[in-house]
Structure formats: C-alpha cells, structure tokens
Design a protein. Structure first.
Length: 97
C-alpha cells in the first residue's frame, strides 16, 4: 500500500492483497486517516473485492484539507472453504500543504 501527495491537497492512495492461489473471496479496503493531534482518525474508506480470484486491489484519488498529516490504512481479507484470514497494513504519513 502506498500514498502520494500530488499537490494542492490532492492525494492518491493505492493498495492490494494477493493470495498464493485462487480463493472464494478476497478483498482490500483502503482508508484515508488524518492525525488529529493525538489519534489517527478514519476519514473515508473504499472496498475493492473479488470472488474466485487471487488478487484484489485498487486506487483512489481524493482532495484533502491542507495543514494536516495523513496516512493510508488497508484491511485485507480472504475466505477459502469457510476459513477467514484478516490482516491490516499502514503507510507512512505525509503532510498536506
């Protein structure tokens, strides 16, 4: 997962998850988080889901308020024969100016 500040408060985030084989369901949900001075707060999220596949991924471009720190978060998951495997990951942070 990664993020990139393009300029003028415009931020691109991308993320993916991949299994070793085709599974029943696979997903990644991308979040944009903003630092409020003491916590990372979820501002919005976008799911990217696939069925009978080994890969799910996507990208989102968004306008953010300048003067804050942002990071991307991703929750990953897959289901195969009733077995669920969740995970989370985070990008580094970036200051929007």
């Amino acid at each position: 997962m990664r993020h990139k500040l393009v300029g003028d408060g415009y931020l691109n985030i991308t993320g993916f998850t991949q299994a070793y084989q085709i599974v029943d369901y696979i997903m990644v949900r991308l979040y944009i988080q903003r630092w409020d001075g003491s916590n990372w707060v979820d501002m919005a999220s976008w799911p990217f889901e696939r069925y009978a596949d080994s890969y799910a991924g996507g990208a989102k471009g968004l306008q953010v308020t300048t003067g804050y720190y942002y990071r991307a978060k991703a929750t990953h998951g897959l289901t195969e024969n009733g077995y669920n495997e969740p995970a989370s990951s985070y990008s580094g942070y970036i200051y929007a100016n």
